[in-house]
Design a binder for this molecule. Sequence first.
Ligand SMILES: [Ca+2]
Ligand SMILES: [Ca+2]
Length: 177
Amino acid sequence: MRSEAVNRVKLVFTLFDTDGNGVLVSDDFRLMSSRVAAAVPGAEETRKHAMQAGFTRYWNTLAGELDTDHDGQITYDEYQACVLSPERFNGAIDEFAAGFARLGDLDGSGMVTRPVFTGMLRGVGFDLPNIEALFEALGPDDADRVGVDVWEAEIKSFYAPDKGGIPADLLAPSPAA
Ligand SMILES: [Ca+2]
Ligand SMILES: [Ca+2]
């Protein structure tokens, strides 16, 4: 596994532990999805539900595949296996990425504006300078929008163990950088 992938996964674990108690539980995912929904007040209900379904499936997949001691909590040691065996997670990550990115397509244009993109990723807990660097790397158009499909693909890459030196790394700078 590439070190960039380890950095990305470590950061996501920290952010998804929304109550900061060191383990992931279902409530962490509920809280996170409500924060993301709150960041996009103008989103269609169907898109909100799809986003929330993505978070739910993500959690259910973690709980079903990685909770090796069956205590209903995912420790970091348990969590990191998700990038070691991506074949068990691709379905969940695909649904999560689609639900998340498409929530930001407020006008059905297939594009997401900078304020919406920024608000959603702030909702997850990423740092603003990192979010802005990623937005620039995704190639905004003249109207300062990026393609939802481009973003969706980058979310999938974020979880890919064999990828490094990609725009998604801008969200999780290496500790040495
Ligand atoms: Ca937690
Ligand atoms: Ca466990």
